[in-house]
Design a protein around this ligand. Structure first.
Ligand SMILES: *[C@@H]1O[C@H](CO)[C@@H](O)[C@H](O)[C@H]1NC(C)=O
Length: 193
């Protein structure tokens, strides 16, 4: 079972939201693929009206990826200088490799966390907080992550079972002292085969 977090890290994650409303069967399938329980209450939002979704201060990250920096007007510890993905755009059932180069202005220690929100079309698929130090082991990093230049290279497989549709992700990471590390956002469309 491919964990959702893996997907989130892969997508690094979300953007301005304007997807199409998805059929219920696909929504259920998306939950299954990512191992998620159906939410007790579906949140459907239009435009960028959701509280957690990024505002207009989005800065593209150099490279070819659909990932941007969000909340760009606020100081952040990570300056992601370049992000290259291959293939671009990502394809279901294919491996995707990403290479990220960034500069961290302060050490990141145990207790850091990341707040991730994913939407599938207009529907909020997940909104959860993860242990950042645990998640980054998936990209061969470990805490403490020392300040300075960081290069991450990783290949992951995108399962063919991922339902087609528009996925929008926003991830905001903070240190154990609630210092803002980064806000990343991406919108990825998986067309029907
Ligand atoms: C993805 O990479 C893995 C490991 O290198 C490999 O076993 C697998 O066949 C690859 N999948 C595709 C679709 O290329």
């Amino acid at each position: 079972m491919v964990s959702f977090t893996k997907f989130a890290i892969l997508a690094l994650t979300a953007g301005t939201i304007n997807g199409a409303l998805v059929p219920t069967a696909d929504f259920q399938k998306a939950l299954d693929v990512f191992g998620l329980e159906p939410p007790s209450q579906l949140t459907v939002s239009f435009g960028g009206s959701s509280s957690n979704f990024p505002g207009p201060d989005i800065r593209p990250i150099p490279g070819n990826s659909p990932v941007s920096q969000c909340d760009a007007n606020q100081p952040q510890l990570l300056n992601l200088q370049k992000l290259i993905i291959d293939p671009n755009p990502p394809e279901r059932g294919q491996n995707i490799t990403f290479v990220a180069t960034g500069f961290l202005s302060k050490d990141v220690e145990e207790g850091a966390y990341v707040d991730v929100e994913v939407k599938y079309g207009f529907i909020k698929l997940v909104h959860e907080t993860f242990d950042l130090c645990e998640e980054i082991t998936k990209v061969e990093l470990e805490c403490p992550v020392l300040k300075g230049e960081q290069v991450i290279r990783k290949t992951v497989e995108i399962p063919a079972e991922v339902p087609p549709g528009r996925y929008s992700v926003v991830a905001r990471a903070y240190t154990n002292k609630d210092v803002f590390i980064t806000c990343l956002t991406a919108t990825i469309d998986f067309p029907a085969a």
